[in-house]
Design a protein around this ligand. Sequence first.
Ligand code: EPZ
Length: 423
Amino acid sequence: MDRLRIHGQQPLRGDVRASGAKNAALPEMAASLLSAQPLELDNVPQLMDVRTLGALLGGMGVSVARDGARVRLQADAVHDCVAPYERVKTMRASILVLGPLLARFGHARVSLPGGCAIGARPVDQHVKGLQLLGARVDIEHGDIVASVPDGRLRGARITTDMITVTGTENLMMAAALAYGETVLENAAQEPEVADLAALLNKMGARIDGAGSSRIRIEGVAELGGAAHRVVPDRIEAGTFLCAALATRGDVVVRDCVPRHLDALLDKLRDAGAEVDCGDDWVRVRADALPGGRPRAVSVRTGEYPGFATDMQAQFMAVDCVAQGAATLTETIFENRFMHVQELVRLGANITIEGNTCVVQGVERLSGATVMATDLRASAGLVIAGLAAEGTTVIERIYHLDRGYEAIEHKLGALGARIERLRA
Ligand code: EPZ
């Protein structure tokens, strides 16, 4: 298994480009199942998860052709509405094929995604919503076995028990081809949901309200093809901005959407960074911090537009080297502190109290060997390693490769001393 070796304390300086958002590209690739016409996606990040979903769709009979950041998909010869366990267990987002398969083909067998490092992550709300749309859903031998007895899904008013991002996306895609109107109350407002809706409308869907907590979908009989550019990855962008602050550098992230980062940018300013924004770029300057270190800032994660749970580990790494103490409260997942023990190995002073961590900033971290446990925990360890004195080796970085495109090259271009050690 590959590892990353980082020689810390190099301030990051320069420009870096954000890639397309993994969490938009995945549902948008799944949306190809809704039409027999070709779907052309651009700005698709080159990630393990994108390759995994491409292979899953290919196994169903979808043609998937990749040319750099462009992916062309066409579901005009689907022969298999099955997402097997071997595929789903490597990527939970495979659940996103369920809604489209049911809506277009009227049946699907999708393995129940197991839990993952950060939590149980059930999909009961996906199932509840599809049943309200008229699907019959049984769980058989670990698979979700779904069908549409009436031949076509029928619109419904759906209020999920909690806000769910992929739940909202699955139900929005299913409703796009249902008979009649569907209203999703309590919908997720993440930019990736709005970007998916923009693609679906280009395909001929009739969706409004995406990006708000109430989405209305007027079903149509058929959807066509479309061309779409995937929205920039706000989490990747935020990761680089946190790295700039933790290393007291000066970084511009280009090709991003600053307004998608509002909650994070407020916290970076509170920590003492100088933050400037343009139409499609954000600059964080932290090379003249009072006292030479960030101020400790507390964070409570929440659904968008709140502070993203996917940025919690990265911001914790900043608090680890800040002046003062801060709390980080995780409200979305029940076990998203797997990075804490690894940060402690680097000399951080962190205690866990239920769903809250108390971080007492230290003068400096010291490099060590640490282990990645999940995608965003890995990103937090990279930031801590970049700030630490000496050498940090991060093991099991396949977690990182799931969500960050060529991260060692992007960070290296900013002056980091970082290299991938091939297994
Ligand atoms: C999406 O996961 C993202 N993944 C996650 O990003 C992100 O952390 C998460 O949203 C929250 O923002 C993709 O978009 C592919 P949820 P998702 O359904 O949709 C509970 C990353 O790092 N829940 O919004 O799976 C659930 O357990 C990944 O890129 C149910 O109980 O998250 C959680 O506590 C990690 N039943 C909460 O809701 C359900 O049916 C929010 O989960 C659905 C969810």
